[in-house]
Design a protein. Structure first.
Length: 262
């Protein structure tokens, strides 16, 4: 086993290296490998999760912005060398690697960009049937939460409109180097069989984001900028607060607004 001290965790990249092999194996085993031939790991660091992915019947690619980690991977995982993408996941055009092919996403994500990773996945939902990753525990719980919960919000609704979200397990700070200050949580997203919404999808995103910007207010007040007709605003759904609406009710709400605007 190569010396673990070769890559120093960098604070500005939000790096916390997982050092527990059994947890790495559990994350690798959480994806089904069904419906795609490629998997992209974000931020592999020193490859603790990568080595378990490489044992699977799937083509593993990794994307890593830290040059020190890239050198480490090239020296220690020779069979991976030509599938290491030295780029920033948030800015890189993944079509350059995958073209139109489907691929899964996996990783122990840096906390500071984990929500942005999820938003980019949602943009690429037509290509990503499965997603498994480690987030800060409270973020993972929020993504998987249901209406009525205090933590239910934009991430919950937008993710669950297209994916079934399952919170898998909690990971304590002690298994990382350096240990983060909070617990982590691993979740699994499986894309719904029918993930096309029956409403205007761009409008749906806008309605959800605008509604939750003032989550304490009723939708009648928080959606004022849509200039809706009095007739529509009389609908009982507008008397509710955003966290009371299920994903399907948000779709229903978007359809009502769409018909009102047109």
């Amino acid at each position: 086993m190569a010396n673990h001290n070769q890559v120093k965790a960098k604070k500005h990249l939000g790096q916390h290296f997982l050092e527990d092999e059994s947890i790495a194996q559990d994350i690798a085993d959480s994806i089904s490998l069904e419906g795609y031939d490629d998997v992209l790991e974000i931020g592999p660091g020193m490859g603790v999760l990568t080595k378990y992915l490489l044992k699977k019947d799937i083509t593993t690619h990794v994307i890593e912005i830290d040059t020190e980690s890239v050198d480490y991977l090239k020296n220690n995982y020779l069979n991976l060398a030509d599938r290491i993408i030295e780029k920033d996941f948030l800015k890189y055009d993944l079509n350059l690697v995958f073209k139109d092919k489907p691929f899964a996403i996996i990783g122990n994500f840096p906390y500071n960009i984990s929500s942005q990773i999820l938003f980019k996945t949602l943009e690429l939902r037509h290509q990503i049937p499965e997603f498994s990753g480690m987030f800060q525990k409270e973020v993972a719980k929020r993504i998987c939460s249901k209406e009525g919960s205090k933590v239910y919000g934009i991430l919950s609704v937008l993710t669950q409109a297209f994916y079934d979200a399952e919170y898998l397990f909690t990971v304590p700070p002690t298994v990382f180097n350096p240990p983060p200050k909070v617990d982590s949580g691993v979740l699994l997203l499986k894309r719904k069989t029918n993930f096309k919404l029956p409403c205007d999808e761009k409008l749906f995103f806008r309605v959800v984001k605008t509604g939750f910007q003032q989550r304490r207010k009723t939708l009648r007040n928080s959606l004022k900028t849509f200039n809706l007709s009095d007739n529509l605003k009389a609908n009982t759904i507008f008397g509710q607060r955003p966290e009371q609406l299920s994903v399907s009710q948000f779709i229903e709400l978007t359809l009502l607004i769409e018909n009102d605007i047109n």
